[in-house]
Design a protein around this ligand. Sequence first.
Ligand SMILES: [Zn+2]
Length: 509
Amino acid sequence: MNVMAKKEKRHWADLAGENVIREQGDKKEYCCASGITPSGTIHIGNFREIITTDLVVKALENKGKKVRFIYSWDDFDRFRKVPKNIPESFEEHIGMNLSDVPDPLKKEKSYALSFEKEMEDSIKDLGMDIEFIRQSEMYKKCVYAKDIKKALNEKDKAIPILNKYRKEPLPNDWMPLVVYCESCKKDSTNVLSYDGDYKVSYECECGFSNEVDFRKTGIVKLNWRLDWPMRQFFEKVDFEPAGKDHYAAGGSRPTTNQIIEAIWKREKVTDLIYEWIGIKGGKQFSSSAGNVTNVTDVLEVYEPEVVRFLFAGTRPKTEFGISFDLDVIKIYEDFDRLEAKYYAKEGDEKDKRTYELSCVNVPKKKPERIGFRHLTMLVQIYEGDVKKVSKDKLIQKRAGCAKNWLEKYAPDDFKFKIHEKVSKEVLKLLNGKQKESLKELIKVLDKKLDEQGLFNEFYEICEKFEIKNTEFFKGAYLALIGKEKGPRLASFILAIGKDKVKKLLKEIK
Ligand SMILES: [Zn+2]
């Protein structure tokens, strides 16, 4: 076996973890980073960055490494535009930093915090141990003063790197600094002078001007082209993934990689590019369109392990859609199959690691499961009461997902309600052969039969009454739920309960 073929059998997160060790050196402890500007609801597309980082964190931990996982809320960035699901009146806050804009829901201290908390709460069940860093706090506390000074004094090393990708070169007096006005809080300011140390003077469009010492007054922020490498240096980051948009020619990641080497004299942070994800069968998501699918929406339909499985089981460079349509059933089936293989010690190394990385905690023995498709049936038989489906908490949780899926996304032909009575309309629809064969079914139901046994009996009945299978099934579904199709009949009848089914069928005259 050659090396390449052997490599492909490994899990991508393990390979990424090994790449971090190779590039950053073999150390006891690593820092993995991720982050985003909370400019609105954090949608599921942004979640790929967090989970991708987490999977590499887990891979490093699996190698016995200690890992610090930091997530940066870039909430000292400016409020650029009002998302569609936010009142238009927020226009007046454009130009302020996101931590100074008020919360549209009036619950949290700021606009940024509102969306940050929403996301932090939503991922609690996903088994990620994250240290959140709010950049507004860091900058306002002047934590970066020393490195801001370094960046300003060595900006000449960054300018040629940035100019490589620019049509119009940056001016020599380019000042990579954003100043938020102390009076109007906006960034409509001009830097008038910098003393080469810590003092900056500025004037604002609002008429205000001042000189500040940025060791004491936290109103300045580095231009993001320098901000990113500065913070990677500050936190001693070893690994940080980024979306493919950041990797375009002249994108912020390639320049960050070069600037950190030029100014801070360290190796670039280890990269990993991830692709977009989309939504299949649900609302389209986009921060600006207003219809946003976030982690909470996904967790309504998928168990935490299955959410992790979606990402652990897909290489970061593969674009995919999170399904809200019928594929939900298949995804659960894939997960259950992987789990069964794991506990049966079948499957290869990659299967094993995919399962382990999907679990929040790997259970000691194989958990009891009921397939998602079957649960959609049980949930409807018990009219949405998941506690009647099972006493097992895990099964109840999955049943809750099935219930949500039925309510929000399932196609109509998936939904049914079991009749209390066989209506006159239904009786009119049944032909003679259907009625006779269903009466025969009452007798059959007196026998002790398992699902397969009952299934076999259906065919015996059809033969005896010379009725087509499809006609027989149609008749049964009409009697039970008033529809021509339904869940697999044998398991359906057993799940409803033979007595209830017999009672219904006895009404057929
Ligand atoms: Zn001002």
